[in-house]
Structure formats: C-alpha cells, structure tokens
Design a protein around this ligand. Structure first.
Ligand code: FES
Ligand code: FES
Length: 170
C-alpha cells in the first residue's frame, strides 16, 4: 500500500506492506535509528515517538495508521540553536547511562510536558511508567524532566538551573 505522512517535518510517500509497524518503517525505510526496539511485548518504551504530538510506542502502531499524520522522532529535537530543552535537561542531570532507552524516554518526556507543562514528581513518574530503563534507577530521569519543566521552552541553560534545584525521592 502507499502511505503518505510527514516525518520530522518532511512529507513522505512510500510503498509499504500493510503489516509494517511504524518502528520498522522509521528505522528501515526512513533510516531514522533513534527509536529503538527493546522488546516485542509493548512494554519497554524504547520505540516511543510522537504521533501528532502525542507519545506512542511505535511498535504498537502500523505505518498505515500514521497515514496523513505527523511523526516526530528524537532526530528532530535538536536544532541549529542546540539541544532541545528536554535533551539539555537530560544531559545536565545525567539522565542516561548506556543511552538505549534515552530517545524513547526523551520523546515520552516531550509528550508528557506538552500535555502537562508543570508536572509534579508523581506525575512525571506516572507519565514515564511505560518507559523502562535498566541503568539509571530513574532518579536522574525524573530530575531531568522536572528541570526541563522548571526551565521552560528556553531549556535549563537559559535559566541556570542547578543540580540541587529539585528534591527527588529515590
Ligand atoms: S520496542 Fe518495547 S515497547 Fe516498543
Ligand atoms: S540508560 Fe541504559 S537503559 Fe536507560
């Protein structure tokens, strides 16, 4: 089937199999490798991208379901001006170690903050519960999302947010 959609701001039209999952379309057809495949059970969130601005696990979405819609992956977050505020906050707060979960975690955080720009710590933990990380213990990830929320659209660098700004329970 022919599918037309927008990926990271660029209109695309591709012939795909009806059963092609969005994660495989992004990685194998578009060559966008930020979103990862970490499971086959819809449980890890490593494949998280934005679909019309809402975070989705792209291993649970058929490419056909994205027809006519806008997909955003982690590749599109940074700009010539630098890292996206959420990326900058993850960097500042050491919200990653091996990095495998990070693109999905960041996209989930971007989606979360779009829906709720000023979440509580509990809301961040609840919002990211579908994204698993085997390395960090989540402490610094939660701190990073709270830092990004506190800093606003300009990101943590513009506000000079410090490492001790948030009290985050382990
Ligand atoms: S690859 Fe694990 S939830 Fe999609
Ligand atoms: S940083 Fe390694 S899985 Fe999250």
């Amino acid at each position: 089937m022919r599918v037309e959609l927008t990926v990271n701001g660029r209109a695309r039209a591709d012939e795909v199999e009806d059963r092609l999952l969005l994660i495989h379309y992004l990685r194998e057809v578009c060559g966008l490798r930020a979103a990862n495949v970490g499971c086959d059970t819809t449980s890890c969130g490593a494949c998280t991208v934005l679909l019309d601005g809402q975070s989705v696990k792209s291993c649970t979405v058929l490419t056909a379901q994205a027809a006519g819609r806008e997909v955003t992956t982690a590749e599109a977050l940074a700009s010539d001006a630098g890292l996206h505020p959420v990326q900058a906050a993850f960097q500042q707060e050491h919200g990653l170690q091996c990095g495998f979960c990070t693109p999905g975690m960041v996209m989930a955080a971007v989606g979360l903050l779009a829906e709720n720009p000023h979440p509580t710590e509990a809301e961040v933990r609840e919002g990211l519960e579908g994204n698993l990380c085997r390395c960090t213990g989540y402490h610094n990830i939660v701190r990073a999302v709270l830092t990004a929320a506190a800093a606003g659209p300009g990101g943590p660098a513009s506000r000079g947010a410090g490492h001790d700004e948030h009290e985050v329970s382990a």
